[in-house]
Design a protein around this ligand. Structure first.
Ligand code: PLP
Length: 390
């Protein structure tokens, strides 16, 4: 295996050859262990980003590494032309948690959303979608159409035209938007990119009532909030919503690219062979990863994530009480946002220099998404670094 070890080489090679679409800090990671990442100089970082909510088991988790090595040495991919033993098992185990009995597997969050939108149109016979202001559902054309921020959408217009954005803070705006011609309402139970904003009880009630009144399908985008991130398997069901479709990604594969659209029997019965598909979707390697993540969650990790989520919430409340620059703390479980006054980007950089990785969203919101294996001591360390930086 060739390794390009120095930071300068890596960055020069990227600058010369990669589409310049990401702004990355001046660090190159080459190894991970649990909640830690290590850069090319061997320096250790506490990872409270976990690859944007993906590495639920942390890095180089022994069970995942062993399961993937075993699967790769047995059979990695056959395409969806043939049966293999893992898709049915994974679908059944996800159904047991979600009560949505049918699954379609794909490779990413945006593909899961895309599939939900297509299946909702087919099942309803209608075309219009209601989404929420400040939503983020992905970068492909369908997902982008239901994503709020104009700077994501406008350069790529025209997108799907039949989309109405309702205000999540105004129940009347939600009720007005859900009319008889709506195919589906799509919501993130906790808006992630939009600033880590959980749906309010009023919004939940207005969405549920609107769907019941008009027959509009409900799509829960649990790509970021699902698979245990909040300490429960899915946040939509914790809120009391009963989605007809659910989009999953990120933590589902613990680092292997896999997404899923889960759906009710009613939706599934409207989709026929050939209507949709994927070459890679749900291959053996990806399914093995997801099954291993489920083994860990069911084997105690979900309870640990819930306990650590509460601990993190308390610790961040303490931070807010001590630091005037922190104006609000939001979120659930291990998905938290911290509103800061002043330059949030500078906070990120200063935290990085002190060995802590955090993320920023909606410009002024620091976002923390630690791996579920995080310990109380590691949360204390991260919050202490954040305190110093602030
Ligand atoms: N939906 C939500 C709620 C997300 O947070 C994201 C990614 O951040 C996506 C969809 C898109 O997922 P992906 O980047 O895997 O396509």
């Amino acid at each position: 295996m060739t390794t390009v070890s120095s930071e300068t080489n890596v960055q020069a090679l990227e600058a010369a050859n990669l589409l310049q679409i990401y702004r990355r800090p001046n660090v190159v990671f080459e190894r991970g262990d649990g909640v830690y990442l290590f850069d090319t100089a061997g320096r250790r970082y506490l990872d409270f980003v976990s690859g944007v909510g993906v590495a639920a088991l942390g890095h180089a988790h022994p069970s995942l590494a062993q399961a993937l090595a075993g699967q790769a040495a047995t059979l990695a991919h056959t395409s969806n032309l043939y049966f293999h033993p893992l898709q049915g098992e994974l679908a059944a185990r996800l159904a047991a948690h979600s009560t949505l009995p049918r699954a379609f597997f794909c490779n990413s969050g945006t593909e899961a959303v895309e599939a939900c939108l297509k299946f909702a149109r087919k099942a309803s016979g209608k075309t219009k979608f209601v989404a929420l202001k400040h939503s983020f559902h992905g970068r492909t054309m369908g997902s982008l159409s239901v994503t709020w921020e104009p700077h994501y959408r406008e350069p790529f217009a025209p997108l799907i035209e039949d989309v109405v954005f309702a205000d999540p803070h105004d129940a009347a705006s939600i009720a007005d938007a859900i009319t008889d011609d709506v195919a589906a309402v799509i919501v993130e139970p906790i808006q992630g990119e939009g600033g880590v904003r959980p749906l309010s009880p009023e919004a939940v009630a207005a969405i549920a009532a609107g769907c019941a009144r008009t027959g509009a399908l409900l799509i829960a985008d649990e790509v970021q909030s699902g698979m245990g991130r909040t300490g429960r398997m899915f946040h939509s069901t914790t809120l009391g919503l009963q989605p007809d479709l659910m989009a999953l990604g990120k933590a589902l594969g613990g680092g292997m690219p896999i997404g899923a659209a889960l759906m009710s029997e009613r939706v599934a019965s409207a989709v026929a062979p050939g209507d949709h598909g994927s070459t890679y979707g749900g291959n053996l390697l990806a399914c093995r990863a997801a099954l291993t993540v489920l083994d860990e969650l069911e084997g105690g990790l979900l309870d640990h994530a819930r306990a650590m989520g509460e601990y993190l919430g308390d610790a961040l409340e303490g931070l807010r009480a001590r630091h005037t620059r922190v104006t609000a703390v939001r979120g659930v479980g291990l998905m938290r946002g911290i509103d800061v006054e002043g330059d949030a980007a500078a906070v990120l950089q200063a935290a990085l220099e002190r060995g802590l990785l955090i993320n920023r969203t909606a410009n002024t919101v620091l976002r923390v998404l630690p791996p579920y294996i995080v310990t109380a001591a590691q949360i204390d360390e991260a919050v202490s670094i954040l305190g110093d930086v602030l």
